[in-house]
Design a protein around this ligand. Structure first.
Ligand code: ATR
Length: 275
């Protein structure tokens, strides 16, 4: 029988996870399909229980459901520590929850800049994705500053990780000492794609700018980084691909063809841009 996979989130229509995973199924000749489902926060439990009953093999979980969804699965140690999941495996009962965002971001970042150990990293955001990334950065020995719109959320995360919390207004002055800026918020994501929390005048040429938003491919933040002439700009596609590859391995036990995944995502984004 056909294996069913999917992603739940809200909004979800611009997710590229279906394009990415369906390209893998095709390449590996798997009888499987991956679909996107819009699920409001108050329906997360029903969605997970329903997917299990319908015989789904796996689900990804995205904005803004990652922290809610953890309540309805058995999380592994890492996901528990992070407090959010992005991957559910239905092959066991109860379904298992994992978080592959942190490892995805780490791979994307380290591929470009090497070890993050000892680097001053300023991260925007304290939501589900930000938590996973922050956890990894601390584990790898980065010096982390967290800036978030909602003070309580940012402070709580910073405290848990022994990091520093700052308000968004203070990003400008603190960026002077930063080696890496990560946008782990949803600011700049389609359709609000002219939004940014940081502009060119706040950046310096030695800065590395990493935006986890992948739609649009070039975000306003990345355009600002270009304008400022920063050392290195990393888009969100690699993180999407690497977190997806780890999820695929959890579901199937197989290595994912990451080049196929990246090609599928970039082609879809270019097509969207031409519309
Ligand atoms: P995800 O699970 O994908 O990370 P989330 O948990 O909803 O999604 O987190 C979204 C992040 O983007 C949060 O850090 C959020 O800030 P708040 O904690 O203040 O909500 C941030 N964010 C979203 N829209 C924002 C905006 N317009 N300005 C500043 N931060 C924003």
């Amino acid at each position: 029988m056909k294996e069913i996979y999917g992603v739940i989130g809200d909004p979800i229509e611009h997710s590229l996870s279906p394009v990415m995973h369906n390209a893998v199924f095709k390449e590996l000749n798997m009888d499987a399909i991956y679909l996107a489902f819009r699920v409001p926060r108050e329906k997360v439990k029903e969605a997970i229980v329903g997917a299990k009953s319908l015989g789904f093999s796996g689900l990804n979980v995205t904005i803004p459901l990652k922290e809610e969804a953890i309540k309805f699965v058995k999380p592994d140690e890492l996901a528990k520590e992070i407090g959010a999941i992005n991957t559910i495996d239905f092959s066991e009962d109860p379904p298992r929850g994992y978080n592959t965002d942190g490892i995805g971001a780490k791979r994307a970042l380290e591929e470009e800049i090497g070890e993050v150990k000892g680097k001053n990293v300023l991260m925007l955001g304290a939501g589900g994705a930000a938590k996973a990334i922050a956890f990894y950065l601390k584990k790898e020995g980065a010096k982390l500053i967290i800036a978030n719109r909602t003070e309580e959320r940012g402070e709580e995360l910073a405290k848990r990780l022994n990091a520093e919390y700052i308000r968004l207004e203070n990003v400008k002055s603190r960026l002077k000492e930063a080696d890496v800026l990560i946008n782990a918020t949803s600011v700049g994501m389609f359709p609000d794609d002219n939004a940014t929390l940081v502009t060119a005048d706040m950046m310096h040429p030695e800065l590395v700018v990493f935006d986890i938003v992948y739609n649009p491919l070039e975000t306003r933040l990345m355009r600002e980084a270009k304008k400022a002439g920063v050392k290195c700009i990393i888009d969100g596609v690699k993180m999407l691909v690497y977190q997806g590859a780890v999820a695929f391995k959890i579901w199937t036990g197989k290595e994912a063809p990451v080049e196929t995944m990246e090609r599928a995502v970039r082609e879809a984004l270019l097509k969207e841009k031409q519309k």
